[in-house]
Design a protein around this ligand. Sequence first.
Ligand code: COA
Length: 259
Amino acid sequence: MTDDVQISLADGVQTIRLNRAAKKNALTAAMYATMTDAIEQGDANPAVAAHVILGSGGVFSSGNDINDFLATAHGVSVPTHVLRFIRLLPRIAKPVIAGVDGPAVGIGTTLLFHCDLVYATPSAVFATPFLDLGLVPEAASSLLMPARMGYARAFEMLALGAPFPASRMVEAGLINAIVPASDLDAKVMEAAVALAAKPPEALKAARRLMRGDPSEIIKRTDAEAVTFAERLASPEAREAFQAFLEKRPPDFSKLKTSG
Ligand code: COA
């Protein structure tokens, strides 16, 4: 458990609020664990009909904590807590509604492709700069982003690392609506409470039909994790992580390449 994620329950809606604004809601091991436990417990709790995910302090999330990435860069696998969260995403049984204000980076964006409804503010910015960090896409984003946004837009985000403003994410089909920051929480809650009032078994069945068989998504998640782990340990990734923490541009020119 960590205070960096706050969990609350009201009107049949479990809210998961990221609460580490000083570090732009970068996700630590404890935060992944708290989020994963909350979703698993909420799915098993008849008092919970829907999950809501929100940021705080004008930020949704800056993605995985880069200090954690650096600490595990010598390892040979993706850290267990990250993998547990990522493998849960396609298996979540109840609807997930997200509200995005400010930056949503890395998994801050890729987790949204597992949500059922996403609302954002005019200052929301979505970015998946995996390549710039020497990494590869995760959370089945290599499958879900091309499928949802079309290959051209997905490649622009995943390979070029181009940040997309909220307006482009509406066009891309990820976001349901852009609302003023002062209305975001209320809009998200309104949708979640409306879903919570639906006949639960019909909702579950409709959602299962619309989302289809998750096995292909889970398979992709696992395949990505193998390459992601190799990349985490690479000199390119280590240089990118160090550069971010030292607030300088990365210099890949001195790294040995295989030709
Ligand atoms: N991991 C660890 N620390 C992070 C972080 C991350 N993912 N994102 C932000 N922080 C920290 C910064 O190091 C800084 O810490 P400091 O105050 O001790 O120096 C603090 O949060 C504020 O970040 P800063 O970069 O100064 O804020 P900003 O408003 O200028 O930029 C972002 C916000 C989100 C655009 C920028 O922080 C960013 O790009 N973060 C990294 C995103 C990323 O690459 N994530 C991994 C994706 S796989």
